[in-house]
Ligand binder design. Structure first.
Ligand SMILES: [Zn+2]
Length: 265
């Protein structure tokens, strides 16, 4: 780290849990942020400010006037521009040292393979179940820690699936894909502006802990927020031994690579 970096990150370096070593880990890490909307905005802003070396920002949408009530990565003059471009500009203003890679597309299984494999950590800030399940599958396959968030109306939830540990549950263990889940998108349901800020910021906090290796993460726990009552609830998560995503893939991996227990952080 040079003198300017030592100053920029001094308030992290002062924390014994992070220090120079932890900050160095953040600087050499790469995070994949799926979605540059309500959750992705605060998550990406904090990761960039905190000095995570490389951020890949994935979103297929353009900035819309209805986004600005909560998607704080984007400004009024960005309406009509691709969210990833608007996001890159905002993140570079906060920290020009961070490499921001914009991926202006709605991701599917194939593109996720490559994107997840080349990232140290994945933040799911998307707004639909199809994407969440595709992201989960890729994270299980490549054993990448997944920080998952959701926010609609006044309800938020956030969890970590540390898939470097094969005992960890995956997103599918919690929300089976074939279940008749009501797709609640903020496009039709409404969403309380700061709720996305709270949940996205928790996602950033968990990602920084996972990357620098300190504290206790939300792995195996789901945190639920009722923002109307401002009440948090914690639910313990268990791995589904018959989960078609993580149970079979873990077995395949164990057979193919008997000694591979953890992915690189
Ligand atoms: Zn699973």
């Amino acid at each position: 780290m040079n003198d300017e970096q030592l100053l920029r990150y001094s308030r992290h370096i002062l924390l014994p849990e992070i220090g120079v070593e932890g900050q160095q880990k953040l600087l050499s890490a790469s995070a994949l942020v799926i979605g540059a909307g309500g959750l992705g905005s605060p998550a990406a802003l904090y990761l960039a400010a905190a000095g995570v070396g490389s951020l890949t920002l994935v979103d297929g949408d353009n900035v819309d006037l209805t986004n600005l009530q909560r998607q704080i990565l984007h400004a009024t003059e960005s309406v009509g521009r691709p969210k990833t471009e608007s996001g890159r500009a905002a993140l570079s203003r906060i920290n020009p040292e961070v490499k921001v890679v914009p991926v202006q597309q709605r991701v599917g299984d194939e593109s996720l393979e490559r994107l997840v494999a080349s990232s140290s950590i994945v933040l799911d800030c998307s707004d639909n179940f199809a994407t969440r399940h595709a992201v989960n599958r890729a994270c299980v396959r490549h054993r990448r820690p997944l920080v998952s968030g959701a926010a609609v109306r006044f309800d938020g939830q956030v969890s970590v699936f540390d898939l470097r540990d094969e005992r960890s549950p995956c997103y599918h263990c919690l929300f089976p894909e074939n279940a008749e889940l009501e797709e609640m998108r903020c496009a039709v349901m409404g969403v309380f502006a700061p709720l996305t800020g709270i949940i996205g910021t928790v996602q950033a906090a968990e990602a920084l802990k996972l990357l620098a290796g300190f504290g206790e993460t939300l792995n195996g726990r789901l945190m639920l927020l009722d923002a109307l009552a401002m009440q948090w609830r914690m639910v313990k998560l268990a791995k589904d031994p018959s989960c078609p995503v993580c149970a079979t893939l873990a077995q395949e991996a164990a057979t193919a690579f008997p000694t591979a227990r953890t992915a690189p952080a």
